[in-house]
Ligand binder design. Structure first.
Ligand SMILES: [Zn+2]
Length: 112
């Protein structure tokens, strides 16, 4: 899948201070809080994006990163193109898939 941003960026270990500062979590930033609130308040994002693909209209409850953190890097984390609104069921399903992808990504990076 071709991404609209540079996907190679996350592998060159230049993702701000987050590589060095392990405790830094972009989810705990004011910037993210503001972005997620604004994103969810938009008419296009009040319905779960994945339910919509299945032809159902379910109220969205969370903002999800299509490419999960930390794979997406800091730019991807705050990039609206990397966000989608999900219901809680889809968020759990997506979260489980993301966990595996993140583990695989970390293993690959550790081996480089
Ligand atoms: Zn859904």
């Amino acid at each position: 899948m071709k991404l609209p941003w540079d996907s190679k960026r996350t592998s060159d270990r230049k993702v701000g201070g987050y590589q060095r500062e392990r405790s830094a979590n972009p989810y705990h930033t004011y910037r993210w809080t503001q972005l997620s609130i604004a994103f969810r308040s938009e008419p296009d994002h009040c319905i779960c994006a994945l339910c919509l693909k299945e032809g159902r209209y379910t109220p969205a409850q969370v903002v999800d990163h299509i490419i999960p953190w930390p794979i997406c890097g800091e730019d991807g984390f705050f990039d609206r193109k990397n966000l989608q609104a999900l219901c809680s069921r889809h968020n759990i399903e997506k979260g489980n898939k993301d966990k595996k992808a993140i583990q695989e990504w970390k293993r690959r990076n550790a081996n480089q």
